[in-house]
Ligand binder design. Structure first.
Ligand code: ZN
Length: 360
Protein backbone atom coordinates (compact mmCIF):
# COMPACT_ATOMS: atom_id res chain seq x y z
CA UNK A 1 0.00 0.00 0.00
CA UNK A 2 1.29 3.48 -0.84
CA UNK A 3 2.35 5.67 2.13
CA UNK A 4 -0.48 8.19 1.67
CA UNK A 5 -3.15 5.47 1.83
CA UNK A 6 -1.37 3.86 4.76
CA UNK A 7 -1.41 7.16 6.63
CA UNK A 8 -5.03 7.88 5.74
CA UNK A 9 -6.30 4.51 6.98
CA UNK A 10 -3.73 3.98 9.72
CA UNK A 11 -6.22 3.89 12.62
CA UNK A 12 -8.24 1.24 10.84
CA UNK A 13 -5.11 -0.74 9.91
CA UNK A 14 -4.06 -0.70 13.57
CA UNK A 15 -7.30 -2.52 14.38
CA UNK A 16 -6.06 -6.12 14.22
CA UNK A 17 -9.13 -7.67 12.62
CA UNK A 18 -8.62 -5.45 9.57
CA UNK A 19 -4.87 -4.83 9.33
CA UNK A 20 -3.07 -3.81 6.14
CA UNK A 21 -4.29 -6.85 4.20
CA UNK A 22 -7.91 -6.18 5.16
CA UNK A 23 -7.61 -2.51 4.25
CA UNK A 24 -6.18 -3.46 0.87
CA UNK A 25 -9.13 -5.78 0.26
CA UNK A 26 -11.56 -3.04 1.28
CA UNK A 27 -9.93 -0.61 -1.17
CA UNK A 28 -10.46 -3.15 -3.94
CA UNK A 29 -14.09 -3.87 -2.98
CA UNK A 30 -17.40 -2.34 -3.97
CA UNK A 31 -21.01 -2.13 -2.85
CA UNK A 32 -24.34 -0.76 -4.04
CA UNK A 33 -26.63 1.20 -1.72
CA UNK A 34 -30.33 1.59 -2.42
CA UNK A 35 -31.89 4.58 -0.68
CA UNK A 36 -30.04 7.61 0.58
CA UNK A 37 -32.08 8.92 3.51
CA UNK A 38 -31.18 8.79 7.20
CA UNK A 39 -29.73 5.26 7.07
CA UNK A 40 -28.20 5.61 3.62
CA UNK A 41 -26.36 8.87 4.26
CA UNK A 42 -24.93 7.65 7.58
CA UNK A 43 -23.90 4.33 6.04
CA UNK A 44 -22.38 5.85 2.90
CA UNK A 45 -20.42 8.34 5.00
CA UNK A 46 -18.91 5.53 7.12
CA UNK A 47 -18.06 3.29 4.16
CA UNK A 48 -16.54 6.03 2.00
CA UNK A 49 -14.41 7.24 4.90
CA UNK A 50 -13.39 3.64 5.63
CA UNK A 51 -12.14 3.29 2.05
CA UNK A 52 -14.54 0.98 0.23
CA UNK A 53 -13.21 1.07 -3.34
CA UNK A 54 -16.45 1.84 -5.17
CA UNK A 55 -19.93 2.80 -4.01
CA UNK A 56 -23.00 3.15 -6.20
CA UNK A 57 -25.89 5.03 -4.56
CA UNK A 58 -29.35 4.72 -6.08
CA UNK A 59 -32.09 7.05 -4.85
CA UNK A 60 -35.33 8.35 -6.35
CA UNK A 61 -35.89 11.37 -4.13
CA UNK A 62 -34.71 14.95 -3.72
CA UNK A 63 -33.47 16.83 -0.65
CA UNK A 64 -36.10 18.68 1.42
CA UNK A 65 -35.67 20.86 4.52
CA UNK A 66 -37.28 18.15 6.72
CA UNK A 67 -34.41 15.76 5.78
CA UNK A 68 -31.66 17.89 7.32
CA UNK A 69 -32.35 16.84 10.93
CA UNK A 70 -30.98 13.33 10.26
CA UNK A 71 -29.63 12.92 6.71
CA UNK A 72 -26.03 13.69 7.44
CA UNK A 73 -24.62 14.24 3.96
CA UNK A 74 -26.98 17.08 3.01
CA UNK A 75 -26.80 20.83 3.54
CA UNK A 76 -29.31 23.67 3.48
CA UNK A 77 -28.24 24.62 -0.04
CA UNK A 78 -29.07 21.10 -1.28
CA UNK A 79 -32.63 21.52 0.02
CA UNK A 80 -32.94 25.04 -1.43
CA UNK A 81 -31.93 23.70 -4.84
CA UNK A 82 -34.06 20.55 -4.41
CA UNK A 83 -31.11 18.47 -5.59
CA UNK A 84 -31.67 14.76 -6.08
CA UNK A 85 -30.25 12.93 -3.06
CA UNK A 86 -28.06 10.73 -5.26
CA UNK A 87 -26.47 13.81 -6.81
CA UNK A 88 -25.98 15.72 -3.55
CA UNK A 89 -24.59 12.62 -1.81
CA UNK A 90 -22.14 11.88 -4.63
CA UNK A 91 -20.85 15.45 -4.55
CA UNK A 92 -20.34 15.45 -0.79
CA UNK A 93 -18.78 11.97 -0.65
CA UNK A 94 -16.29 12.80 -3.41
CA UNK A 95 -15.19 15.80 -1.36
CA UNK A 96 -14.82 13.56 1.71
CA UNK A 97 -12.74 10.89 -0.02
CA UNK A 98 -11.59 11.50 -3.59
CA UNK A 99 -10.01 8.03 -3.66
CA UNK A 100 -13.40 6.31 -3.70
CA UNK A 101 -15.35 5.90 -6.93
CA UNK A 102 -18.75 7.22 -5.86
CA UNK A 103 -21.55 6.98 -8.39
CA UNK A 104 -24.93 8.55 -7.67
CA UNK A 105 -27.82 7.23 -9.76
CA UNK A 106 -31.19 9.03 -9.74
CA UNK A 107 -33.67 6.18 -10.21
CA UNK A 108 -36.58 4.42 -8.63
CA UNK A 109 -35.53 0.78 -8.15
CA UNK A 110 -38.32 -1.46 -9.37
CA UNK A 111 -38.71 -4.94 -10.85
CA UNK A 112 -37.79 -3.77 -14.35
CA UNK A 113 -34.45 -2.13 -13.54
CA UNK A 114 -33.39 -3.77 -10.24
CA UNK A 115 -31.07 -6.42 -11.66
CA UNK A 116 -29.44 -3.95 -14.05
CA UNK A 117 -28.78 -1.47 -11.23
CA UNK A 118 -27.58 -4.01 -8.65
CA UNK A 119 -25.71 -6.59 -10.74
CA UNK A 120 -21.91 -6.70 -10.54
CA UNK A 121 -21.61 -5.67 -6.90
CA UNK A 122 -20.60 -8.20 -4.22
CA UNK A 123 -22.82 -6.53 -1.60
CA UNK A 124 -26.22 -4.83 -1.62
CA UNK A 125 -27.09 -2.36 1.15
CA UNK A 126 -30.59 -1.39 2.24
CA UNK A 127 -31.19 2.29 2.87
CA UNK A 128 -34.82 2.18 1.72
CA UNK A 129 -37.93 3.18 3.60
CA UNK A 130 -40.47 0.61 2.45
CA UNK A 131 -41.01 -3.13 2.46
CA UNK A 132 -42.02 -3.32 -1.19
CA UNK A 133 -38.47 -2.36 -2.17
CA UNK A 134 -36.83 -4.44 0.59
CA UNK A 135 -38.54 -7.62 -0.59
CA UNK A 136 -37.47 -6.72 -4.11
CA UNK A 137 -33.84 -6.35 -2.90
CA UNK A 138 -34.18 -9.71 -1.14
CA UNK A 139 -35.44 -11.36 -4.36
CA UNK A 140 -32.58 -9.86 -6.40
CA UNK A 141 -29.93 -10.79 -3.81
CA UNK A 142 -31.17 -14.38 -3.53
CA UNK A 143 -31.51 -14.65 -7.30
CA UNK A 144 -27.97 -13.30 -7.93
CA UNK A 145 -26.57 -15.10 -4.87
CA UNK A 146 -25.16 -11.88 -3.40
CA UNK A 147 -25.24 -10.95 0.30
CA UNK A 148 -27.31 -7.97 1.40
CA UNK A 149 -27.86 -6.09 4.64
CA UNK A 150 -31.44 -5.24 5.55
CA UNK A 151 -32.11 -2.27 7.81
CA UNK A 152 -35.08 -0.20 8.91
CA UNK A 153 -35.48 2.65 11.34
CA UNK A 154 -38.48 4.52 12.70
CA UNK A 155 -39.08 6.68 15.77
CA UNK A 156 -36.33 5.78 18.28
CA UNK A 157 -35.58 2.23 17.16
CA UNK A 158 -34.30 0.27 14.24
CA UNK A 159 -33.52 -3.26 13.08
CA UNK A 160 -30.92 -4.83 10.84
CA UNK A 161 -30.10 -8.30 9.54
CA UNK A 162 -27.37 -9.58 7.24
CA UNK A 163 -28.58 -12.05 4.63
CA UNK A 164 -26.19 -14.48 2.96
CA UNK A 165 -28.21 -16.36 0.35
CA UNK A 166 -27.83 -20.10 0.56
CA UNK A 167 -26.22 -19.89 4.00
CA UNK A 168 -28.50 -17.89 6.28
CA UNK A 169 -32.17 -17.05 6.48
CA UNK A 170 -33.34 -14.40 4.04
CA UNK A 171 -35.78 -11.55 4.67
CA UNK A 172 -38.69 -13.69 3.48
CA UNK A 173 -37.66 -16.45 5.96
CA UNK A 174 -37.74 -13.84 8.71
CA UNK A 175 -40.79 -11.81 7.88
CA UNK A 176 -43.11 -13.76 5.64
CA UNK A 177 -43.63 -16.56 8.20
CA UNK A 178 -46.74 -15.64 10.20
CA UNK A 179 -45.18 -15.95 13.66
CA UNK A 180 -41.44 -15.71 13.05
CA UNK A 181 -41.50 -19.50 13.32
CA UNK A 182 -38.05 -20.96 13.50
CA UNK A 183 -36.80 -17.96 15.44
CA UNK A 184 -35.91 -18.07 19.07
CA UNK A 185 -36.02 -14.92 21.10
CA UNK A 186 -33.20 -14.84 23.62
CA UNK A 187 -34.75 -12.41 26.02
CA UNK A 188 -38.25 -11.67 27.13
CA UNK A 189 -40.08 -8.60 26.03
CA UNK A 190 -40.70 -8.55 22.33
CA UNK A 191 -38.75 -5.88 20.49
CA UNK A 192 -40.62 -3.25 18.55
CA UNK A 193 -38.91 -4.88 15.63
CA UNK A 194 -39.75 -5.59 12.06
CA UNK A 195 -43.49 -5.96 12.46
CA UNK A 196 -43.97 -2.58 14.01
CA UNK A 197 -41.58 -0.96 11.56
CA UNK A 198 -43.75 -2.32 8.76
CA UNK A 199 -46.76 -0.31 9.95
CA UNK A 200 -45.28 2.86 11.38
CA UNK A 201 -43.41 5.13 9.06
CA UNK A 202 -41.19 8.16 9.53
CA UNK A 203 -44.07 10.25 8.18
CA UNK A 204 -46.44 9.18 10.93
CA UNK A 205 -44.31 8.71 14.06
CA UNK A 206 -41.10 10.53 13.14
CA UNK A 207 -37.53 9.31 13.38
CA UNK A 208 -34.47 10.23 15.41
CA UNK A 209 -31.13 10.76 13.72
CA UNK A 210 -29.55 8.93 16.66
CA UNK A 211 -31.54 5.77 15.91
CA UNK A 212 -30.49 5.85 12.25
CA UNK A 213 -26.88 6.41 13.30
CA UNK A 214 -26.81 3.30 15.48
CA UNK A 215 -28.36 1.02 12.88
CA UNK A 216 -26.22 2.43 10.05
CA UNK A 217 -23.12 1.85 12.18
CA UNK A 218 -24.03 -1.81 12.70
CA UNK A 219 -24.66 -2.11 8.96
CA UNK A 220 -21.29 -0.49 8.16
CA UNK A 221 -19.38 -2.87 10.43
CA UNK A 222 -21.21 -5.86 8.91
CA UNK A 223 -20.45 -4.54 5.43
CA UNK A 224 -16.73 -4.17 6.15
CA UNK A 225 -16.59 -7.68 7.64
CA UNK A 226 -18.24 -9.15 4.55
CA UNK A 227 -16.12 -7.16 2.09
CA UNK A 228 -12.82 -8.21 3.66
CA UNK A 229 -13.91 -11.83 4.18
CA UNK A 230 -14.05 -11.67 7.98
CA UNK A 231 -17.68 -12.52 8.49
CA UNK A 232 -17.18 -16.24 9.14
CA UNK A 233 -17.97 -17.33 12.65
CA UNK A 234 -15.19 -19.34 14.19
CA UNK A 235 -15.98 -22.98 13.50
CA UNK A 236 -19.68 -22.41 12.95
CA UNK A 237 -22.12 -21.98 10.14
CA UNK A 238 -23.22 -18.38 9.61
CA UNK A 239 -26.55 -17.59 11.24
CA UNK A 240 -28.76 -14.61 10.49
CA UNK A 241 -29.49 -12.41 13.47
CA UNK A 242 -32.23 -9.81 13.56
CA UNK A 243 -30.70 -7.11 15.71
CA UNK A 244 -32.78 -4.27 17.10
CA UNK A 245 -31.85 -1.25 19.15
CA UNK A 246 -33.97 1.45 20.77
CA UNK A 247 -31.91 4.54 21.57
CA UNK A 248 -34.64 5.97 23.84
CA UNK A 249 -35.17 2.97 26.11
CA UNK A 250 -31.66 1.60 25.61
CA UNK A 251 -33.10 -1.82 24.85
CA UNK A 252 -31.01 -4.02 22.58
CA UNK A 253 -32.02 -7.39 21.26
CA UNK A 254 -30.46 -9.89 18.89
CA UNK A 255 -32.65 -12.77 17.74
CA UNK A 256 -31.42 -15.76 15.75
CA UNK A 257 -33.47 -16.33 12.61
CA UNK A 258 -33.50 -19.84 11.20
CA UNK A 259 -34.05 -20.61 7.53
CA UNK A 260 -37.63 -21.41 6.66
CA UNK A 261 -37.50 -24.86 4.98
CA UNK A 262 -40.34 -23.85 2.67
CA UNK A 263 -39.29 -20.21 2.14
CA UNK A 264 -40.85 -18.66 -0.97
CA UNK A 265 -37.66 -16.84 -1.95
CA UNK A 266 -34.55 -18.77 -0.88
CA UNK A 267 -35.98 -22.32 -1.07
CA UNK A 268 -38.76 -22.30 -3.67
CA UNK A 269 -37.06 -19.52 -5.64
CA UNK A 270 -40.38 -17.86 -6.32
CA UNK A 271 -39.33 -14.25 -6.89
CA UNK A 272 -42.71 -12.55 -6.64
CA UNK A 273 -41.33 -9.06 -6.17
CA UNK A 274 -38.74 -9.34 -8.91
CA UNK A 275 -41.27 -10.68 -11.38
CA UNK A 276 -43.21 -7.61 -10.39
CA UNK A 277 -46.65 -8.32 -11.80
CA UNK A 278 -48.13 -6.58 -8.83
CA UNK A 279 -45.95 -3.45 -8.96
CA UNK A 280 -48.41 -0.59 -8.75
CA UNK A 281 -48.09 2.36 -11.09
CA UNK A 282 -49.14 4.60 -8.24
CA UNK A 283 -47.95 4.37 -4.67
CA UNK A 284 -48.37 6.34 -1.51
CA UNK A 285 -45.24 8.24 -0.76
CA UNK A 286 -45.27 9.77 2.70
CA UNK A 287 -48.35 10.94 4.53
CA UNK A 288 -49.66 13.31 1.96
CA UNK A 289 -48.22 12.39 -1.43
CA UNK A 290 -48.78 10.03 -4.31
CA UNK A 291 -45.99 8.86 -6.59
CA UNK A 292 -46.71 8.05 -10.20
CA UNK A 293 -44.25 5.59 -11.71
CA UNK A 294 -43.94 6.20 -15.39
CA UNK A 295 -40.73 4.87 -16.83
CA UNK A 296 -41.77 4.57 -20.43
CA UNK A 297 -41.10 8.14 -21.37
CA UNK A 298 -38.15 10.50 -21.13
CA UNK A 299 -39.17 14.10 -20.52
CA UNK A 300 -37.47 17.29 -21.61
CA UNK A 301 -37.92 19.12 -18.31
CA UNK A 302 -36.84 22.54 -19.58
CA UNK A 303 -39.32 22.39 -22.46
CA UNK A 304 -42.08 21.16 -20.16
CA UNK A 305 -41.32 23.99 -17.74
CA UNK A 306 -41.65 26.58 -20.51
CA UNK A 307 -44.88 25.03 -21.72
CA UNK A 308 -46.68 24.98 -18.38
CA UNK A 309 -45.22 28.23 -16.96
CA UNK A 310 -48.21 30.40 -17.99
CA UNK A 311 -50.70 28.20 -16.08
CA UNK A 312 -48.82 27.18 -12.91
CA UNK A 313 -46.88 28.92 -10.14
CA UNK A 314 -43.34 28.81 -8.77
CA UNK A 315 -41.80 26.78 -11.58
CA UNK A 316 -38.30 25.60 -10.70
CA UNK A 317 -36.09 23.36 -12.74
CA UNK A 318 -32.57 22.26 -11.83
CA UNK A 319 -31.61 19.87 -14.59
CA UNK A 320 -32.75 16.83 -12.61
CA UNK A 321 -36.30 17.70 -11.73
CA UNK A 322 -39.05 20.22 -12.38
CA UNK A 323 -41.22 21.46 -9.56
CA UNK A 324 -44.27 23.70 -9.65
CA UNK A 325 -47.39 24.58 -7.72
CA UNK A 326 -51.01 24.51 -8.70
CA UNK A 327 -53.75 25.41 -6.20
CA UNK A 328 -53.64 22.93 -3.27
CA UNK A 329 -50.88 20.77 -4.79
CA UNK A 330 -47.17 20.71 -5.46
CA UNK A 331 -45.90 18.58 -8.30
CA UNK A 332 -42.33 17.33 -8.75
CA UNK A 333 -41.52 15.72 -12.08
CA UNK A 334 -38.36 13.73 -12.87
CA UNK A 335 -36.70 13.28 -16.24
CA UNK A 336 -37.76 9.62 -16.39
CA UNK A 337 -41.42 10.64 -16.31
CA UNK A 338 -41.93 9.88 -12.64
CA UNK A 339 -43.85 12.42 -10.58
CA UNK A 340 -44.61 13.04 -6.93
CA UNK A 341 -47.84 14.89 -6.24
CA UNK A 342 -47.93 16.44 -2.80
CA UNK A 343 -51.17 17.49 -1.14
CA UNK A 344 -53.34 14.46 -1.80
CA UNK A 345 -53.72 10.80 -0.92
CA UNK A 346 -56.24 10.29 -3.68
CA UNK A 347 -54.69 8.42 -6.59
CA UNK A 348 -57.37 9.55 -9.04
CA UNK A 349 -56.64 13.20 -8.21
CA UNK A 350 -52.93 12.51 -8.75
CA UNK A 351 -53.60 10.78 -12.04
CA UNK A 352 -55.75 13.62 -13.30
CA UNK A 353 -53.17 16.27 -12.34
CA UNK A 354 -50.49 14.24 -14.12
CA UNK A 355 -52.59 13.99 -17.23
CA UNK A 356 -53.42 17.70 -17.20
CA UNK A 357 -49.91 19.07 -16.76
CA UNK A 358 -47.54 16.41 -18.04
CA UNK A 359 -49.63 14.47 -20.49
CA UNK A 360 -51.75 11.38 -20.48
ZN1 ZN B 1 -35.65 -17.44 2.76
Amino acid sequence: MDPKSYERYSRQILFGEIGEAGQQRLLESSAVLVGCGALGTALANLLVRAGVGKLRIVDRDFVEPSNLQRQTLFEESDAQQALPKAVAAERRLRAINSGVAVEGVVADVGPKNAEELLRGFPLILDGTDNFETRFLLNDVAVHLHVPWIYAAVVASYGVTMTVRPGETACLACALESPDLSGSSAESSGAPPAAGAAAEDTCDTVGVLGAAAGVIASIQAAEAIKLLIGKSELAGGRPVARLTSFDVWSGRFQSVRVARNPVCRACVRRDFTYLEGDSQPRLTMCGRDSVQIHERRRQLDLAALGRRIAPTVEEVRENGFLLRFRVPHYEMTVFADGRAIIKGTRDTSVARSLYARYIGA
